[in-house]
Design a protein around this ligand. Structure first.
Ligand code: CTP
Ligand code: CA
Length: 226
């Protein structure tokens, strides 16, 4: 008897995906965050699952992903970094779709910060968050590392610089200045970059279709190179 097994492009690969904007606490009732919805990360989690992968989603959105995806809820950049670091050695592909806050409040107030009578301005002191993907890039052994770049100008040039600086193997460049695509939207239009190859333009489509194309590109690259 021949037992047929479903073979996907990422069959049995361990894939770690991050999604959503990190939420950096200011005090017990306030966060510093950004406009990322997490939709691209969730679409990628579904597409990698459909490609046969063993998928872990590290997300800030509080949304339970579909059955079959391991879910790790986190809030801030340092929690996201810890969750990734713990699982990095055992992973084959890491996709950083999360919008990590570049800055966090220098300290978190223990109590809700109150307005003072007559106060009209408030200066929040911020400190740089770790660059999570750059850290993963520096420690890379066998992993295939995928980053995103959100840009409002000079998309390709800025994205190429990020790809080199962070040692990522594929970068999904996202022009977030256009209405109807990118942050918060249901659709996206991206450019896939890989070191030493010409940019691959993916036209505007629902995020689930963009995710399938990204996963296909990752899978084809891995099958050709490993
Ligand atoms: N990223 C990260 N850790 C950070 C900031 C960003 O891991 N502290 C990751 C993002 O998840 C994304 C990639 O780096 O995959 C690029 O993020 P982006 O915000 O476009 O680039 P930055 O390097 O933060 O540069 P800038 O925001 O100044 O353009
Ligand atoms: Ca940034």
């Amino acid at each position: 008897y021949v037992v047929s097994r479903r073979q996907g492009l990422l069959q049995d690969q361990h894939v770690l995906i991050t999604a959503g904007g990190t939420k950096e606490a200011i005090d017990p009732v306030r966060n510093l965050t950004n406009r990322s919805s997490g939709k691209m990360g969730y679409a990628l989690a579904q597409a990698t699952l459909a490609a046969g992968a063993n998928v872990t989603l590290i997300s800030t959105t509080g949304q339970q992903p579909p059955f079959g995806i391991t879910y790790i809820p986190v809030q801030d950049a340092r929690q996201m970094q810890a969750a990734l670091t713990e699982r990095y050695a055992a992973s084959d592909v890491v996709i950083m779709a999360a919008a990590v806050a570049d800055w966090r409040p220098t300290s978190v107030a223990q109590e809700k910060v109150k307005k003072q009578p007559g106060q009209t301005t408030w200066h929040l002191d911020l400190v740089r968050n770790p660059d999570i993907i750059a850290g993963l890039g520096a420690q890379k052994s066998h992993q295939f590392l995928v980053g995103f770049a959100a840009e409002t100008q000079d998309l390709i040039a800025n994205a190429e610089k990020k790809m080199a600086a962070k040692h990522v193997d594929m970068l999904v460049a996202n022009d977030v200045s256009k209405a109807g695509v990118g942050f918060g939207a249901d659709d996206n239009a991206v450019v896939l970059l890989r070191p030493g190859t010409p940019p691959q333009y993916i036209v505007k489509a629902p995020k689930r279709e963009i995710a399938t194309q990204i996963v296909t590109a990752i899978g084809r690259f891995l099958q050709a190179n490993y």
